[in-house]
Write a protein that binds this ligand. Sequence first.
Ligand code: SIN
Ligand code: CO
Length: 384
Amino acid sequence: MTIDSLNWGDLSPEKFLAEYWQKKPLIIKQAFTDFQDTISADELAGLAMEAEIESRIVSVDSNKNWQVDHGPFEDFSKYGESQWTLLVQAVNNWSRPTHALLSPFAFIPNWRIDDVMVSFSTPNGGVGPHLDQYDVFILQGSGKRRWQVGAPDNNLKTLLPHADLKQVSSFTPIIDEVTEAGDLLYIPPNHPHNGVSLENSVNFSIGFQAPSSQDLWSSFADKLIDKNLGEQRFSDPDRNVSKQSHIISQQDKQQLKSFMLEQMSNDVLFEEFIGQYLTQGHHALEILVPVKDIDEDKLQDILSEPDILFMPVSGLKAAIIDDNQTTLFINGESFLLDDETVALAEHLALQTPLTTLEVKTFMTSLKNTQLLTSVLNKGYWYIE
Ligand code: SIN
Ligand code: CO
């Protein structure tokens, strides 16, 4: 199944960004016609049995006692037929068809997307009314679920029915709809929402990420430390006599601020930092490092076999910054580019599989061979 086209109806990506993105929730009925789940409930349960994959089961009993269990799970039989939801993070890192669900959202850059979380809910299952700090598109797969979404409201109370479950008090919905396969809900940050399953139901949550200023500053400081930068001391050779020695003057304050911001205004450093920071994954990937490094000769051998496909690991984060220094970033690592390597790097960043023929055209340049073997040896791309 290909899922390239989203039926926007009267909307378009431009209108969506102007009117809804980060502003108000939206439901698009039948955004995807004939939508079929990209992963079965059984396969999802299989992923929840793996230790490196983050999963949880949220259940509620008839007395409104909420329970949260964290994976890996060995057995699901104790949960019965209703009132529970299994949620599995970053399913797109393990299921390529699920990763493909991101392609209709390419009107927003990759770096803004975190993962595709998939949930399987039984009748009356859900995580209860809550807020999220991030934007999310929730795509209904098989089954039906009642979704209610409200407007941000400072009067909502935070509830903790379980130590691992943050909910909010009841809210007035501005969207109240039963979703069916192919329906798409958009929820901006801090909008209360609640999805209650009417029957066994699968939901795909395309979750976004937005760094906090605190995270950015602290990671930037780590970068300075890693690179032994910013070790010089504040200096003040033009100092005037201080008339009030107990005061930190406005001039001193300004000079200290500019001294700190000097690091941030180093554009080459900032590009390296931001590219690495934004392409770092937050969830385990299926990385397979080759047992023995692939060198130029080995690559030539591989290329002599027919029907080889070079594939990126599913869910890999990659981007190019083409500004002061053209650089390819993959999984938090940087690869400096030049005129010879930029075309191959475009493929690597867009993550379109490469055929033998395509790879052969790139291999006329040693720099391209080095770039490709390097991503293969790190296990970011593999040969199928
Ligand atoms: C879900 O239950 O599928 C999504 C939970 C959420 O609203 O974040
Ligand atoms: Co939510």
